[in-house]
Design a protein around this ligand. Structure first.
Ligand SMILES: Nc1nc2c(c(=O)[nH]1)N[C@H]1C(S)=C(S)[C@@H](COP(=O)(O)OP(=O)(O)OC[C@H]3O[C@@H](n4cnc5c(N)ncnc54)[C@H](O)[C@@H]3O)O[C@H]1N2
Ligand code: MOO
Length: 395
């Protein structure tokens, strides 16, 4: 039986997201949240023609002067009367340009002598920011975007103090295995320190979710059932490990016994073949493989987009970029391969160089990687310099 493609699996995973729930927040709490309703500008910006430079406001037809300086306009303080022909006004950046003036000359281009000013060199442009040149009352910031710092500034300037955003989903993170101890504990013989739950929780938080790390489960049905019960009330349960075919890989069995509606189990991807997805009652459920790199790669490709979609993000999937291969590669197998790689600048664009060692247990290489090189199933051998696709990894 042929395995599900990454693309089809991703569509099924995104389909697990229920409609996002709305909440209103102050702008000071809105950074990184997903806008759920269009925000509408309540004012026009700039609200008046405004000076872009410190200097003199005048009529271009009166250049070069000398002209009498008849008053002063500063930010927040307009000139009292319109500017008469044959006169100039001292003006500062952000001040309303007085009616009658059609140019602002930088003071560096002007010579002031007493109450008269002469323009030394003809200015290249008028240095006036026109009313509404940034945005107009009624302009919209469209729903579906994750709010950046610039978006927050824009919303403030639009005089929108509160926005409607998607509620942050609560994501229970359940790692399991008899071999696991917590960081800070001393591992006994055959034991290792659990890293997956902390790494996955950090990815959940980076995608805007609220992670809830559950107590480590053991390799028994009873312990896993307790873990599943502890996850109740969350929007999404992410299990890590116990997803493959080994005798101790119980997650799929326990989830099935509890009534999981399974979307799929296993996909044509490397690393990450034993990925599982479905619904359990009101919760979405994602089962990530236990190998630490496989867990992180599948979380970047599936878990983070799901968490973003749950908040209403219209573009939840990481972008595919294009570059050049940094070294020759042999033919690819039958699964889509996500190779950990570094990025550098080359004459024809970005150079993507995969590490020679792609062991899915090597966290140190995952931590060093700047990108995932994406190779399609059955991709033939490639020379250095060949065009390739990659996903940049945010720091
Ligand atoms: N006969 C086969 N063996 C394996 C297959 C297969 O198809 N046939 N698939 C391999 C693949 S692919 C992966 S990935 C792993 C994943 O298996 P599981 O999801 O069942 O994960 P575990 O067996 O529980 O653990 C795998 C590995 O990862 C370590 N681990 C687990 N949890 C954590 C944690 N919280 N922190 C750090 N490290 C963890 C665990 O100790 C194991 O070394 O299966 C392959 N085998
Ligand atoms: O997900 Mo597994 O890493 O392909 O080893």
């Amino acid at each position: 039986m042929s395995l599900l493609t990454v693309e089809d699996a991703l569509a099924l995973v995104l389909g697990l997201a229920p409609a996002p729930q709305a909440e209103d927040v102050d702008l000071s709490d809105a950074g990184g949240r997903v806008l759920l309703s269009d925000a509408v500008a309540r004012i026009t910006q700039p609200p008046f023609d405004s000076a872009a430079m410190d200097g003199y406001a005048l009529r271009a037809a009166d250049l070069p002067g000398p002209l009498p300086v008849v008053g002063e306009a500063a930010a927040g303080r307009a000139l009292a009367a319109p500017l008469a022909p044959g006169t100039a006004a001292r003006i500062f950046t952000g001040a309303p340009v007085p009616a009658g003036a059609d140019i602002v000359v930088m003071q560096e281009h002007a010579r002031r002598e007493g109450d008269r000013v002469t323009i030394a060199s003809a200015p290249g442009h008028d240095n006036i920011r026109r009313r509404g040149s940034d945005f107009a009352e009624g302009d919209r910031l469209a729903a579906g975007r994750r709010l950046s710092a610039a978006d927050i500034g824009l919303l403030a300037a639009m005089n929108v103090p509160r926005v409607t955003v998607g509620r942050a989903p609560v994501v229970a993170v359940l790692a399991g295995g008899d071999e696991l101890v917590r960081p800070g504990e001393a591992p006994g013989p055959g034991q290792i320190v659990s890293s997956n739950d902390l790494a996955i929780a950090a990815l959940v938080a980076a995608a805007g979710g609220v992670p809830r790390i559950l107590p480590l489960a053991r390799d028994s049905e009873a312990s896993l059932r307790a873990g599943f019960a502890a996850a109740e009330g969350s929007d999404l349960l992410v299990t890590i490990g116990g997803a493959s075919v080994g005798d101790h890989d119980l997650i799929g069995r326990v989830a099935a016994d509890l009534g999981m509606a399974r979307a799929f189990h296993r996909i044509a991807m490397r690393p990450g073949k034993p990925l599982m997805a479905g619904r359990l009652g009101d919760m979405a459920l994602l089962g990530l493989p236990g190998n630490p790199v496989s867990a992180i790669v599948t979380a970047i490709l599936f878990l983070q987009p799901l968490v973003r979609r749950m908040q209403g993000d219209a573009t939840p999937v990481p972008p595919l970029r294009h570059g050049r291969l940094g070294r020759a590669l042999g033919p690819e197998g039958d699964r889509q391969h996500y190779q950990r790689a570094t990025l550098s600048d080359g004459p024809d664009g970005v150079i993507v160089t995969p590490f020679p060692d792609q062991d899915s247990a090597r966290l140190s290489l995952m931590a060093e990687a700047q990108a995932l090189l994406v190779r399609a199933p059955g991709d033939p051998a490639r020379e250095a310099g060949a065009p390739v696709a990659y996903i940049p990894l945010p720091r």
